[in-house]
Design a protein. Structure first.
Ligand SMILES: CC(C)(COP(=O)(O)OP(=O)(O)OC[C@H]1O[C@@H](n2cnc3c(N)ncnc32)[C@H](O)[C@@H]1O)[C@@H](O)C(=O)NCCC(=O)NCCS
Ligand SMILES: Nc1ncnc2c1ncn2[C@@H]1O[C@H](COP(=O)(O)OP(=O)(O)OP(=O)(O)O)[C@@H](O)[C@H]1O
Length: 340
């Protein structure tokens, strides 16, 4: 039995480009999710990831492809939000979201000619869009991630039928890493306790938005058991990358001279070894989505500061290196980076 309502699907698919500030709530949430994905992809420089400089550790990707992929996901996100509108999470809803998630993966593969640009992002953003739609506007982010976790913990009966050995399944079997499923099932602890606090602390310290976002990405990298990294480099590479990211934060983040040097080393290592921290990128996009969709007042949790994340940023206000050396939109990479 199909869990997708064809009438609603046709309506959503024929929608014009969603508007961020007007129109049905499902469309607005979808538009915020797409925008968060595009902003994450465009943020530069990011270690190992697709950014304005190129594909990073992904020779088959570039920014244009990421943008096309993100745009292609809008209709599926809107359908997820429609499906969740003020509903309590139950097995029927989980099954429908699973079908929409797989359908989004197909839309992504069609848009990219078969490249996995956003599989993990569909999972994270799909759950966050869905959970946001369940609650009224202004619901605190902590409650939204809790609901997202509840949805993620409901087994999808259809999954076994579609099961193929994914990178995540192998990382679980080989190394016991719970990956994207674990992060979601636990209510996105890395997003709530690392990414959002590092964003907030960096901004409060006077950093521009690009520095704040790159610091937040590094904050996730330092702790996340990212199966994207483990699948390419094994658990030793994952731990080494986490350590290098923690060193960047301990040096005051990417806006200090020593922090930027350590960041450059991390960036070089990830490119050289073809390692990509895709899970951290997904969580940064998830945080950008929540900030917009839930609204700044709803990001009320100060859990990060209470747990001492303030310390890991150290003294992030000293402008240094090319990351800090510009105003306007987007962080410019070091001259010559594009050809590396
Ligand atoms: C759960 C998913 C991600 C598959 O899990 P699995 O671990 O097998 O995935 P796979 O290794 O192929 O991809 C994982 C991706 O998640 C990201 N990721 C990796 N580790 C982590 C982590 N610790 N935390 C967050 N994200 C992570 C990376 O981008 C990585 O590429 C998902 O694709 C899925 O089950 N889709 C089915 C459709 C569905 O149920 N959707 C729900 C509606 S939103
Ligand atoms: N800016 C980004 N650059 C690269 N990956 C990103 C970016 N943002 C998010 N991601 C996430 O990283 C994941 C890339 O996954 P992964 O590297 O495992 O791809 P793959 O092509 O399946 O792997 P492989 O090429 O090793 O077989 C995507 O699913 C996506 O969710």
């Amino acid at each position: 039995m199909s869990v997708v309502d064809p009438a609603r699907e046709t309506t959503a698919l024929s929608r014009s480009a969603p508007n961020l500030d007007a129109g049905p709530r499902a469309d607005r949430l979808a538009a915020h999710a797409v925008r968060a994905l595009i902003e994450e992809a465009a943020l530069t420089p990011k270690p190992g990831l697709v950014d304005r400089r190129g594909g990073g550790a992904h020779p088959d990707m570039d920014l244009h492809l990421m943008e096309r992929s993100a745009e292609a996901l809008g209709p599926a996100f809107a359908l997820m939000a429609d499906a969740c509108d003020s509903r309590a999470p139950d097995e029927a809803l989980r099954r429908r979201l699973g079908a929409l998630g797989r359908r989004a993966e197909e839309d992504m593969l069609t848009a990219t000619g078969g490249v996995n640009t956003h599989r993990g992002a569909i999972w994270a953003l799909g759950l966050l869009v869905s959970a946001t739609a369940i609650h009224p506007d202004g619901t605190p982010a902590a409650e939204i991630v809790g609901t997202a976790g509840r949805i993620a913990r409901i087994p999808d009966p259809a999954v076994a039928r579609y099961a193929v050995p994914t990178h995540g399944a192998r990382a679980l079997a080989r190394y016991g890493l719970r990956g994207a499923r674990g992060e979601a099932a636990d209510g996105f602890p890395t997003l709530v306790s690392r990414v959002l606090p590092v964003l907030r602390i960096s901004r409060a310290a006077g950093l521009d938005e690009e520095h704040a976002r790159i610091n937040a990405l590094i904050g996730a990298l330092a702790v996340l058991d990212d199966t994207c990294l483990a699948h390419r480099g094994g658990v030793a590479a994952l731990r080494e990358v986490q350590r290098m990211a923690a060193d960047v934060l301990e040096a005051g983040g990417t806006s200090t001279t020593s922090g930027y040097e350590l960041f450059t080393r991390l960036d070089d290592t990830l490119r050289r070894d073809r390692l990509s921290p895709g899970g951290s990128a997904d969580l940064l996009a998830g945080a950008l989505f929540l900030e917009r969709a839930a609204g700044p007042d709803a990001i009320a949790s100060r859990a990060g500061e209470e747990r001492g994340e303030m310390d890991v940023i150290g003294d992030p206000v000293r402008p240094a290196g090319p990351v800090a050396a510009r105003g306007g939109s987007g962080v410019r990479a070091r001259p010559g980076d594009a050809s590396r």
